[in-house]
Design a protein around this ligand. Structure first.
Ligand code: SF4
Length: 190
């Protein structure tokens, strides 16, 4: 059996596969040493969730560990509302619903349904401005489902030695750029 893919890595992979390497490398290091303010805020939002401190109401499941055999995925959900059968993924602040966010909640959805839970709604929640973004179930968005499956396959086939980042804009925004030998620098001068 192949090693399962961590659900939390889907978004990192879309941004840049090399960032997963750095993410793992620095996972035990004090975050202040390398993360920017916005990343630290996002991490804090998730720490609250992971530590299960938001609520222990019996109608909700928080940070439940899940596994999906079909796609070979492992990780944790954020929140599942048992009564409304809704999976919620909370983010510090959502300005754009990136495909990576949708792939993460799809992964949680497939794992939960495979484990026998009913899931009827998917929501991405923006904590700072208290906004909800409804996400279609994968069965209702075939195009997004195909993209999700394609990313999973790309992750399984990924070959680090032959990967070259081509998008200098990503490197400009990347917190790992100071340590990365794949960084692309845009030499265009405005
Ligand atoms: S600096 Fe560029 S190549 Fe390196 S991890 Fe970041 S985005 Fe990827």
């Amino acid at each position: 059996m192949e090693n399962p893919i961590s659900i939390s890595m889907l978004n990192d992979f879309i941004f840049c596969p090399v960032s997963i390497y750095f993410h793992s490398l620095y996972s035990g290091v004090e975050k202040n040493l390398y993360q920017g303010k916005s990343q630290i805020n996002g991490t804090k939002a998730h720490e609250t969730i992971d530590n299960n401190t938001l609520s222990n109401k019996k109608d909700f499941l928080y940070a439940k560990e899940v596994y999906c055999e079909k796609y070979g995925l492992i990780g944790k959900i954020d929140c599942y509302d048992i009564n409304s059968k809704t999976l919620v993924e909370r983010k510090k602040k959502v300005t754009t619903v990136y495909d990576g966010y949708i792939y993460q909640i799809y992964a949680q959805y497939f794992a939960m349904t495979e484990m026998g839970y009913d899931v009827e709604r998917l929501i991405i929640h923006s904590i700072d401005d208290n906004k909800n973004y409804n996400i279609d179930l994968p069965e209702r968005n075939k195009n997004m489902l195909l993209k999700f499956e394609s990313v999973i396959q790309q992750m399984k086939d990924f070959d680090m030695d032959n990967f070259y980042q081509t998008n200098a804009e990503k490197c400009k925004k990347c917190i790992y750029a100071p340590y990365c030998d794949r960084e692309v620098i845009d030499n265009d001068v405005d």
